[in-house]
Design a protein around this ligand. Structure first.
Ligand code: HEM
Length: 131
């Protein structure tokens, strides 16, 4: 079904499922895992996941949970403390691609659309060329 927002087509339960798979991949990724607070204290992965869930909910056309709780996301500014090279953006997207593939409740069209929107945002986060 191609009607409605991406949020309507995915739904909160599948979105959470997707993000759990995504951060399980991120936690194992040699290029980006160390950037996350969860790499020092595993209990913090769920904090990161909750924020990403809140952000994606609004980003995909659902309730703007992140805005309500934290205000304007200013994503690029919030990522400036982390040196994000093109390789790291590609690693982030590869984790997402794998998570999309591994989430059975997502149809291929919806997964492809989501991947395309996230590619744009991920490339926008690149803030350094050198590792
Ligand atoms: C936070 C890395 C791309 C959305 C973070 C954090 C890191 C990170 C290390 C801090 C986590 C924490 O404090 O819990 C990266 C890397 C990316 C990337 C390496 C590669 C391009 C993206 C993209 C999005 C995104 C594409 C959105 C679609 C967020 C959000 C937060 C966040 C919403 C929470 C911000 C906050 O602290 O309130 N990211 N990120 N990130 N990231 Fe990314």
């Amino acid at each position: 079904d191609l009607r409605g927002t991406l949020y309507d087509r995915i739904g909160p339960a599948t979105l959470r499922d997707l993000l759990e798979r995504f951060y399980a991949r991120v936690a194992q990724d040699p290029l980006i895992a160390d950037l996350f607070p969860g790499s020092r204290d595993p209990a913090l992965w769920s904090v990161t996941l909750d924020k990403q869930f809140a952000f994606m909910s609004g980003f995909l056309g659902g309730p703007p949970l992140y805005h309500r709780q934290y205000g304007n996301p200013m994503l690029r500014a919030r990522h400036l403390p982390f040196p994000i090279t093109p390789d790291r953006a590609r690693a982030w997207l590869a984790c997402m691609q794998a998570a999309l593939r591994d989430t059975p409740d997502l149809d291929q069209g919806t997964a492809a659309e989501l991947h395309m929107s996230l590619t744009r945002v991920a490339m926008h986060m690149v803030n350094t060329e050198t590792p």
